[in-house]
Design a protein. Structure first.
Length: 191
């Protein structure tokens, strides 16, 4: 493989594609990233906005069924400057509030059926307050693009979906999440 979709999929599934005998990686030097957070009610406007932000990451939030996007793009090397106070505060906030407290709260609430009924409230009312639209920060890539997945045991799945199929795939994921959340919604119907 020298490029294309097969190589991209192998990069994601490194280790799942068989025995690896030799790896050659190109290391990218640290760079700065501009990030702007924004909530979207629909996927299409998010994807349109993300065209100008090639390192965007976005999430479908269960029970609010809205999209939260971290619109990200590299900062030109000549415009780079040391991270400011906001960037440093945001690092600590994300570590403490999201990586530890929010994930811990979700695990606690999901542990029993009685507590599980509070999860919709958490995603509808609390998460939007913790992640407001319009927060803009510039920070080093190694800080801004790294999530502390090591703090909690969890299952994560990344699936490559061709852009024309993204809306249909998102609808399927929403349907699956609704079903797992206890709703009896047949696929293809609005909730």
């Amino acid at each position: 493989w020298t490029g294309g979709d097969n190589l991209e999929a192998a990069r994601c599934g490194l280790g799942c594609t068989g025995v690896i005998l030799k790896v050659r990686l190109q290391i990218e030097p640290d760079f700065q990233v501009e990030e702007r957070s924004q909530w979207f009610d629909r996927l299409d406007p998010l994807l349109a906005e993300a065209l100008a932000y090639p390192r965007t990451q976005f999430y479908l939030m269960p029970w609010s069924w809205r999209w939260f996007a971290q619109l990200r793009r590299p900062v030109a090397a000549d415009a780079a400057r040391p991270p400011g106070v906001l960037a440093r505060i945001l690092r600590v906030f994300r570590l403490v509030v999201f990586d530890v407290l929010l994930n811990g709260t979700i695990r606690y609430l999901a542990a029993t059926p009685r507590r599980r009924r509070h999860l919709p409230w958490l995603f509808q009312r609390v998460v939007p307050l913790l992640a407001p639209s319009g927060v803009r920060v510039i920070d080093d890539s190694r800080r801004l693009l790294t999530v502390r997945h090591d703090l909690f045991t969890h299952v994560e799945c990344e699936i490559f979906v061709p852009a024309p199929s993204l809306s249909a795939a998102a609808a399927l994921v929403e349907w699956a999440l609704r079903c797992c959340g206890g709703e009896e919604t047949p696929p293809g119907t609005d909730a």
